[in-house]
Design a protein around this ligand. Structure first.
Ligand SMILES: Cc1cc2nc3c(=O)[nH]c(=O)nc-3n(C[C@H](O)[C@H](O)[C@H](O)COP(=O)(O)OP(=O)(O)OC[C@H]3O[C@@H](n4cnc5c(N)ncnc54)[C@H](O)[C@@H]3O)c2cc1C
Length: 320
């Protein structure tokens, strides 16, 4: 209920205006978002790198409404890639296809993505295509394949959401071409026709897909994390759920997959203790670092995931 309501709010313009101007929400958003400027984000990445953690930078923004906006978002991403290169930080980049024009036209998104992947190739970097709601999965995977198969880009990966029924088939097909996959549970509101409504099913599918990914990493001898920390291994297990993490660790140990042939990924500001612990135990960890002024939908999805975040805001409302 609460989750659905907050995901609804994440798309509501009236709520955006109210919440972005409300002090406690702005303060809480800072827990998740590294700052408004690229320099803030680079600083956050440096701090993570000093702790032995790699990063993936996300310039917040989704659903651009004109080709000019999509091209401007693309230019911003090119700038991030230049900065990572110049500042020599251990970070890749995550992008949303709706940010670079997918909603407007597939050709426009493809043109912008080509520019981004070209720049990433010349600056030695990796780009992850975040996965948005289920209506965009076919287009996202098709564009991914086009970039890999037609344009020869190896520096790009996708995201699979364990709440979707289709994901097992998608993972199996993507494993045929050794596609780097970030596995997450899924952050959008999806109907029961396409996604498991029960959390227990989403969790058990997560473990099933983890096993598939780890088996493939072993049998195909896929790459470890690159020495500069920018290129992830084939499986990236993106969760803060300790049971899912324990499953991945146990499964990898059982099949004899070395620790550096998969990585754990978490979101900035969430379970820092667990991030540090995994690094100490020798597992590669990558943190997703969002920055920018368009933090609203990202922030609302983080609230939707965790009632405690909402209660924190509500108690602030009554205190003020
Ligand atoms: C690196 C990364 C990239 C992602 N990319 C995508 C993507 O491209 N597409 C997509 O749909 N989703 C993405 N997600 C979000 C993901 O789908 C989940 O919504 C999110 O990770 C919460 O699920 P969980 O696996 O942590 O498990 P949960 O069962 O939701 O949470 C497990 C525990 O983690 C902690 N926790 C989880 N969320 C929060 C929070 N918001 N605030 C505080 N504590 C929290 C709590 O301790 C909770 O008990 C990404 C997540 C990560 C970590």
């Amino acid at each position: 209920m609460l989750r659905s309501f907050f995901i609804y709010l994440s798309k509501a313009a009236w709520a955006r205006r109210t919440i972005m101007g409300w002090g406690p929400a702005v303060r809480l958003s800072k827990r998740f978002v590294a700052g408004e400027k690229l320099t803030d984000a680079i600083q956050a990445v440096r701090a993570l790198n000093e702790k032995g953690i790699n990063a993936t930078l996300d310039h917040l923004g989704e659903y651009t409404y004109s080709p000019e906006e999509a091209r401007a978002a693309t230019r911003d991403i090119l700038e991030i890639l230049d900065w990572i290169h110049q500042e020599k930080v251990r970070s890749g980049v995550s992008i949303k296809l709706s940010q670079i024009g997918l909603e407007l036209s597939e050709d426009l998104a493809a043109e912008n993505l080509l520019a981004i992947l070209g720049k990433a190739r010349t600056t030695g970097n990796f780009v992850r295509l975040d996965m948005e709601d289920s209506t965009t999965v076919d287009q996202t995977l098709a564009l991914y394949r086009k970039m890999r198969m037609e344009h020869g880009f190896e520096n790009v990966g996708v995201v699979i959401q364990s709440y979707l029924y289709r994901s097992e088939a998608d993972v199996k097909a993507l494993m045929e071409i050794c596609a780097p996959i970030r596995l997450c549970k899924g952050a959008y509101k999806e109907p029961a026709e396409v996604a498991f409504p029960q959390k227990a099913d989403v969790d058990s599918n997560f473990d099933k897909l983890t096993a598939l990914l780890l088996d493939t990493a072993l049998s195909r001898g896929c790459n470890a994390v690159s020495a500069d920390g920018r290129f992830p291994p084939l499986p990236a297990i993106a969760t803060h759920d300790e049971k899912r993490i324990q499953f991945a660790r146990d499964y990898a140990a059982r099949i004899g997959l070395e620790k550096n042939r998969f990585e754990f990924q978490m979101l900035n500001g969430i379970r820092r203790d667990l991030q540090d612990r995994l690094v100490k135990e020798g597992y590669p960890v990558r943190v997703y670092v969002p920055y920018g002024t368009q933090w609203y939908p990202y922030f609302m999805r983080r609230l939707a995931e965790r009632p405690a975040n909402v209660w924190f805001l509500v108690s602030n409302y009554f205190r003020n």
